[in-house]
Design a protein around this ligand. Structure first.
Ligand code: F6R
Length: 245
């Protein structure tokens, strides 16, 4: 495992963007797994800017997003499809057909999940970018008594609904369910980069790195990934440095 400790959330985003760029330089037809939420916004801004200035080319890049809220279509401002378009896709030269995000308005959830798994398997994710929830979720794999392997329907945790209420007008508007890649989809990525900043992520990061591997803290499975990179800010870095020594 590699750990980069950066000075503030913008630098966390910049380092994560550098790791994505490095992947794209090494393989022109890279397949990227992408996350939403506040954490990767600075990374997307950096990537969008580089593409705008002609320093980065997404024409051969394929993407798979981790998750989408159930019941929200791509034009809904709270959907993750909308988020991705606003923060990255509208600025870059990626082909529409190379963008994959689970449909939040599917009538057949089982088939949507199966098709998503199939597409991920066929393409193979080279680099998966992750954030982490305060409860240790990755994607929307919530704490549970078992790890879900493939793409699946999730009942969102109370903690996740509360944490994500900041993006909605009221907590009542936060969808209660989502479709998420599973743990096997994530673990099969050749490289995983998890980014996190802020005091409220310290506990989850500590448990992820030093706790037991348990579905109760889904990110803990990353201890078993062979190519795992963590990009954190100094606040988290300071909190874990004694444990790393
Ligand atoms: C969303 C996702 C989630 C977020 C996590 C952290 O696609 O994968 O696991 O990464 O909830 O969200 P923020 O970055 O808003 O703290």
């Amino acid at each position: 495992m590699k750990i980069y400790t950066q000075d503030g959330c913008l630098e966390v985003g910049r380092k994560a963007a550098q790791l994505v760029v490095a992947q794209m330089i090494c393989k022109q037809k890279s397949v990227l797994g992408l996350a939403t939420g506040s954490t990767p916004i600075a990374m997307y801004e950096e990537l969008a800017e580089m593409c705008e200035y002609g320093d980065l080319d997404f024409k051969d890049i394929t993407t798979f997003n981790l998750d989408e809220y159930l019941g929200l279509d791509k034009d809904n401002e709270q959907s993750y499809a909308y988020f991705m378009n606003t923060h990255l896709f509208k600025y870059i030269n990626i082909k529409k057909e190379n963008i994959h995000i689970p449909s939040g308005i599917t009538k057949d959830i089982k088939k949507t999940c199966e098709d998503y798994d199939k597409a991920i398997l066929e393409n193979g994710i080279d680099l998966q970018v992750l954030g982490i929830g305060t409860n240790g979720h990755i994607g929307f794999n919530e704490p549970s008594d078992h790890f879900e392997a493939g793409t699946h329907l999730v009942d969102l945790d109370k903690e996740t609904i509360e944490a994500n209420a900041r993006f909605f007008e009221s907590i009542d508007e936060v969808p209660r369910q989502a479709i998420s890649m599973g743990i096997k989809n994530i673990m099969q990525a050749k490289k995983v980069v998890l980014i996190a900043y802020g005091e409220n992520k310290i506990d989850a990061i500590k448990k992820m790195l030093f706790g037991e591997i348990t579905p109760n803290l889904p990110a803990s499975i990353l201890q078993a990934h062979g190519d795992f990179t963590l990009v954190i800010d100094e606040e988290i870095g300071d909190a874990i440095k004694d444990l790393l020594a």
